[in-house]
Every structure is written in C-alpha cells, then in structure tokens.
Design a binder for this molecule. Sequence first.
Ligand code: HEC
Ligand code: HEC
Ligand code: HEC
Ligand code: HEC
Length: 144
Amino acid sequence: MKVVKVLLLTLFACITLSFGSDTKTGSLNIQKVIITDEMRVKYPIKSHHEHLAFDCVDCHVNQGDDPSKFKNIGDNGCMSCHKSKQFMAKRLKFMDTLKANPHNSVHDGPTLYCDECHFEHQQSTNMCIECHEHEVPQWMGVTP
Ligand code: HEC
Ligand code: HEC
Ligand code: HEC
Ligand code: HEC
C-alpha cells in the first residue's frame, strides 16, 4: 500500500511539473483564471486534493477562463490522474474477498462512473446503498 502511494505521488509530481512547463511556455493561459473568494466558498475542494495544493484549473483543464462556466470533469478528468478503472479496482483489491470492492462490483465490474459515488464539491454518496442499505456500512468505509 505504501509503495503504491509513493508511486502515485511521484506520478503526481511529474504531472504537476508538466503542467508547470506548459504555463511557462505560454501554450496555455490557465494561470490567468481569476477565482474569487466567493467561488472558493461555493466550490470547496476535497481535503485529499486540497492538501496536494490543487487549484481549480488542475481539474478544470481547458475549460476557459470564466470559473462560473466550469463543467463536470467526468470520468476522463479523474482518469487523467487516477490512471484507469482497472487500476482503481486493483487499489481496493483487498475488498474483493468480501465481493465488496466498489471499484469492481459483482454487478458491474470496473465500469461504473466515478460520479455515481464521488463528488468533488459536495459530499460523496455510495450508490450501492440504494439496494444494500444494511450491508454497505459493513463492507465499505465512507466514500471519500
Ligand atoms: C479534483 C478536481 C476538481 C477541482 C480541484 C475543482 N473542481 Fe470543480 N468540479 C469537479 C467535478 C468532479 C465537478 C462535478 C460536480 C461535483 O463533483 O461536485 C465539478 C463541477 C464544477 C462546477 C460546475 C457545477 C455545476 O453546477 O455544474 C463549477 C462551476 C466548478 N466545479 C468550479 C470549480 C472551482 C471554482 C474550483 C476551484 C475553487 C474547482 N471547481 C475545483 C472537479 C474539480
Ligand atoms: C490533477 C490530478 C487529479 C485529478 C484530476 C483527480 N485526482 Fe483524485 N487524487 C489525486 C492524487 C495525486 C491523490 C492522492 C494520491 C492518491 O490517493 O491517489 C488523489 C486522491 C483522491 C482520493 C482520496 C484517496 C484516499 O486515499 O483517500 C479520492 C477519493 C480521489 N482522489 C478521487 C478523485 C475523483 C473521483 C476524481 C474525478 C472527479 C479525481 N480524484 C480527480 C489526483 C487527482
Ligand atoms: C460504487 C461507488 C464508487 C464508485 C463508482 C467509485 N468509487 Fe472510489 N471509492 C468508493 C468507496 C466506498 C471508497 C472507500 C473504500 C474504502 O476504503 O472503504 C472509494 C475509494 C476511492 C479512492 C481511494 C482508494 C484508496 O486506495 O484508498 C479513490 C482514489 C477513488 N475511490 C477514486 C475513484 C475513481 C477515480 C472512480 C471512477 C473510476 C471511483 N472511485 C468510482 C466508492 C466508489
Ligand atoms: C439496483 C439494486 C442494486 C444495486 C445498486 C447494487 N446491488 Fe448488489 N445486489 C442486488 C441484488 C438484487 C442482489 C441479489 C440478492 C442478494 O443477494 O441480496 C445483489 C447481490 C450482491 C452481492 C452478493 C452477490 C454474491 O454472489 O454473493 C454483493 C456482494 C453485492 N450485491 C455488492 C454490490 C455492490 C458492491 C454494489 C455497489 C457497487 C451493489 N451491489 C449495488 C442489487 C443491487
């Protein structure tokens, strides 16, 4: 688990570096987006992303310079850093023993959309609860 985290952080460092060089060469003017305090309150960033010093444009890539017009980043947005659904399934492989891996469910395998459970600017949910109200708290932790 530790090794995986270290690898991911290294990957993240590379991604950040490549974002950095993009802005230096001026090929993208993502730095020019002005985010008001009001917007920051309205669209809070999850602590697991905020402590990595993510800003809005790290996720809302190429969505223009008007933050009020930013759109959902969708699965592809998440995958630009979290690699693939198969990779996410493997990360929670230990949960396969109970058939309770949310990233590799008995019904759908690793095919669900991230936003069937995870949200960035509001509390996440867990769609399995729709049918497995009682089992889910035993199977899984709170959706981060
Ligand atoms: C970690 C990625 C991430 C970061 C960082 C992020 N967003 Fe988002 N944003 C999303 C996702 C995912 C959605 C879809 C709704 C949700 O998950 O809450 C979204 C939706 C939005 C929307 C559209 C909301 C709607 O009603 O359709 C706006 C506007 C927005 N974000 C603004 C911002 C602003 C401003 C910031 C910086 C303060 C920011 N976002 C930072 C991922 C991100
Ligand atoms: C710009 C890169 C980036 C984007 C885009 C991004 N993430 Fe992340 N996210 C990370 C990194 C790096 C971490 C911390 C290392 C890790 O746990 O993978 C993280 C952590 C997380 C965590 C917490 C992991 C834990 O250990 O508790 C969740 C949940 C998460 N991301 C979900 C999402 C979802 C869902 C999306 C799409 C809406 C998304 N992320 C988009 C880079 C990103
Ligand atoms: C069916 C609901 C569901 C879906 C769909 C889902 N997740 Fe999760 N995710 C969870 C739950 C629940 C956890 C916490 C698992 C635990 O540790 O108990 C989690 C944990 C995570 C973590 C932290 C993993 C770790 O190693 O600690 C990341 C990152 C993440 N999800 C990203 C994603 C991404 C990206 C997608 C889209 C491919 C996605 N999730 C789809 C429910 C879901
Ligand atoms: C639309 C309703 C529905 C949703 C949503 C749903 N399930 Fe199920 N699930 C069922 C039904 C119906 C069964 C079969 C009856 C039973 O065993 O309870 C079942 C059975 C299961 C079983 C037992 C299968 C076996 O072979 O022993 C597991 C484990 C399970 N679901 C996990 C999940 C997980 C994880 C999620 C979320 C990713 C989820 N389910 C979402 C309806 C649902």
